[in-house]
Design a protein around this ligand. Structure first.
Ligand code: NAG
Ligand code: NAG
Length: 212
């Protein structure tokens, strides 16, 4: 019996060890997520994976959101979105809010967490903009004047690589390297991926990662 338990333990340990993917660059892991306002998989990833992982390891994470979904930007500035005008509007709200939150990562993640919480998702309101304490007049002005900034062009450009390669929303990219294996793994067990990479570097003080 004892040797059977030992073998099981050893197998778990080997699996865990083999699972470590080095994601830490310097003292940060950059995680970029391509989101879609009307996308149920984005709700799941942001709510159940990204926000909890961020809350646990925030000092080691650099978070970037690209709220574009599956949209097409025409030369005349018109955007066509997979789920229609409400989808376009909501993604534009996200881009405007994110632009105002770029210097406050905690607020940024809290805001996107709010937008994709089951309660608020798809409501088509400024509820989360208000909740996070952003200036509603400024955000509304941004939403209604897309010609005055390059947020749409920037998001379209940032989304194109991951959409082409990964063909999935949400897309997950670590440290600006598009990688199908890591994207798929992140959707299933982001917390574990991050934890094991941090545990590899003793100075992070992270240990005891759950094997998921
Ligand atoms: C912009 O271009 C697209 C694609 O050619 C077209 O479908 C759309 O009607 C145009 N919109 C405007 C406002 O011209
Ligand atoms: C993706 O990442 C995995 C794990 O780090 C690595 O083994 C693989 O070579 C990468 N694939 C590409 C195409 O870079």
């Amino acid at each position: 019996m004892a040797s059977k338990y030992f073998l099981t333990l050893a197998a778990c340990f080997l699996f865990a060890y083999a699972d470590v993917i080095p994601l830490l660059e310097g003292n940060k892991i950059k995680i970029s997520t391509g989101t879609g306002a009307f996308c149920g998989d984005t709700v799941n990833f942001v709510t159940n994976h990204l926000v909890p992982t961020y809350n646990q390891y925030k000092e080691f994470l650099e978070i970037e959101f690209v709220p574009w979904g599956r949209a097409t930007l025409y030369e005349n500035g018109t955007i066509e979105c997979r789920w229609g005008n409400n989808d376009c509007w909501a993604n534009r709200v996200h881009r405007c809010a994110i632009n105002h939150l770029k210097d406050d990562q905690d607020a940024l993640v809290a805001y996107m967490g709010c937008e994709f919480s089951q309660r608020h998702a798809w409501l088509g309101s400024y509820g989360c903009v208000h909740q996070i304490g952003l200036n509603l007049v400024e955000i509304d002005y941004c939403v209604n004047n897309p010609g005055l900034d390059t947020l749409d062009e920037d998001a379209a450009a940032a989304a194109s690589g991951p959409v082409e390669v990964l063909d999935f929303i949400p897309s997950v990219v670590f440290n600006d390297q598009i990688n199908q294996t890591l994207h798929t793994a992140a959707l299933q067990r982001l917390n574990s991926l991050v934890c094991f990479s941090l545990a590899e570097a003793p100075e992070t003080g992270v240990f005891g990662c759950p094997i998921l």
